[in-house]
Design a protein around this ligand. Structure first.
Ligand code: FRU
Length: 483
């Protein structure tokens, strides 16, 4: 029997392709989350808006495609990413209408649609679309992913872009009626020549601007996903200030140091929490993906916090409701630590705290009994680095490997890991500040083990808990009633 790689407690449609999560909004008593979708197959093409709804942010329902391209329309070749705002009781969607094949001649422009359906299933496109077209006088690499928000008595729109030979760019617009927009200029232009940690590519996708730190002084965090003409890279968060016209970045950090995380979007909930979803793409051969019939998954909802002036991140508290069983654990010695017999599985959450000690410590998940398959998470306190290693995650040569490192300076603090393993998706959260998303495709049905390791085979573990997780689409006895 083959190994099932389809995640169970993460969001993905029944079939077809998924990329960016978009348009999260609380509406009519439920949360709605949309995503870029190709219902025709497990490959990117002609994006639509797929749709999920939830009463509790944890258990979700599949809803039909909410927005589709119109033949011969300004969005004939795709309804790309965007956002949804509440315009005096009317749900108002901003998306990028795309016409023409991918390439320099393709037209990208902001379009509007509205819904008065309490379930947000039915949307009417504004006949005057598009409402915002690219500014003249720039050699642009793209113009997409509108982010719209209310700023006092005006609305503002930021559009992701890039200027050839110069760097990523965000263009800013203002409106009072959400239809007619005035161009205010670039809110920020990146330096495409910067290298190393300051590298920001040539094109910025999926912008989001949120209050952060001291909002009275314009304290804000700007999220952008870095793209260049050929590749999708990773999202960054820029902490800085916004004065209504320009964003001035003070510091920048990666949002996730794993290889498979992109296009985060954020909803601020009634409690003021910044809840963030991202896209985890596949890391296996396109052929296998086609056979599976699905590709792409959304990451768990994460709360973005102010972690002493840095952007911190924690899994949403309510995710505890996904735990179905606490797994009994017996420690059995293995080469450099112990195997948590009883705690294994392919849909589990593992919590491990390890006291400070000299030498690398960590956890392995999805280990085969002989260790031939394993995914390793290591904390190197001396280097203040957290590492995820999927070089041995799979014996399938079509599954990507790689070792990835992110900063984690703990001083005298214990390591606190929370690891979510959902078949082919692993999310690692450490100490409220460092997070990594990676896809793995173990080939053996017995690659289910969990191990803890450390110096002398005796890691100073102060907490170990493991839970089997339920399905995000299958709340026992609590499925929302729908039409
Ligand atoms: C990011 C992105 C967006 C675009 C969408 C198209 O992954 O390229 O810029 O709107 O995907 O599906």
């Amino acid at each position: 029997m083959g190994v099932d790689h389809r995640p169970r407690f993460h969001l993905l449609p029944r079939e077809g392709w998924t990329n960016d999560p978009i348009g999260p909004i609380f509406w009519g008593g439920r949360y709605h989350l949309f995503h870029q979708a190709n219902p025709e197959g497990a490959f990117w093409a002609r994006p639509h808006w797929g749709h999920f709804a939830s009463a509790d942010l944890v258990h979700w329902e599949h809803l039909p495609i909410a927005m589709s391209p119109t033949q011969d329309g300004v969005d004939a070749d795709g309804c790309y990413s965007g956002c949804i705002v509440d315009h005096d009781g009317v749900a108002t969607m901003y998306y990028t209408g795309v016409r023409g094949a991918v390439g320099p001649a393709q037209q990208q422009a902001t379009c509007v649609a509205t819904s008065t359906d309490p379930d947000l299933r039915v949307w009417a496109k504004y006949p005057g679309n598009p409402v915002t077209v690219p500014p003249v006088g720039y050699d642009l690499l793209g113009f997409r992913d509108p982010f719209v928000w209310r700023d006092g008595d005006r609305w503002r729109q930021l559009v992701g872009s890039g200027i050839a030979g110069r760097g990523g760019a965000l263009f800013l617009y203002a409106s009072t009626d959400l239809r007619s927009w005035t161009f205010l200029g670039p809110a920020l232009i990146g330096d495409g020549r910067a290298q190393g940690e300051d590298w920001t590519a040539l094109m910025w996708e999926c912008p989001a601007l949120l209050p952060f730190g001291a909002p009275d002084g314009g304290g804000s965090v700007l999220l952008v996903s870095l793209h260049d003409e050929t590749r999708t890279h990773y999202p960054v968060a820029m902490l800085g200030s916004f004065d209504g016209r320009e964003f001035v970045p003070h510091r920048m950090q990666r949002m996730d140091f794993g290889p498979d995380y992109y296009a985060p979007c954020v909803m601020v909930d009634a409690r003021g929490r910044r809840i963030c979803w991202g896209w985890a793409w596949e890391a296996r051969a396109a052929g296998t993906q086609g056979v599976a019939g699905w590709a792409g998954v959304l990451t768990l909802p994460r709360v973005l916090t102010d972690h002493g002036g840095r952007l911190g991140v924690e899994p949403l508290d309510e995710l505890r409701r996904l735990r179905s069983t606490r797994l009994p654990v017996t420690a059995e010695p293995c080469a450099d630590g112990w195997r948590a017999a009883g705690a294994g599985g392919d849909t589990i959450e593992v919590l491990v705290d390890i006291a400070p000690v000299d030498g690398p410590v960590g956890v392995r998940v999805r280990c085969s009994p002989d260790g031939a398959e394993r995914t390793e998470i290591t904390y190197d306190r001396a280097r203040a680095v957290l590492r995820v290693d999927r070089d041995h995650a799979s014996l399938d040569p079509g599954a990507l490997g790689g070792v990835y490192e992110g900063p984690l300076a703990l001083g005298a603090e214990p390591l606190r890991l929370r690891v979510f393993v959902d078949r082919s998706l692993v999310e690692v959260y450490a100490n409220g500040v460092t997070v990594a998303t990676l896809r793995i495709y173990p080939s053996r049905p017995d690659s289910l083990g969990v191990e803890v390791f450390g110096p002398g085979g005796d890691p100073p573990v102060t907490r170990f808990e493991a839970y089997r997780m339920g399905s995000v689409f299958d709340p026992p006895g609590a499925r929302p009633v729908t039409r």
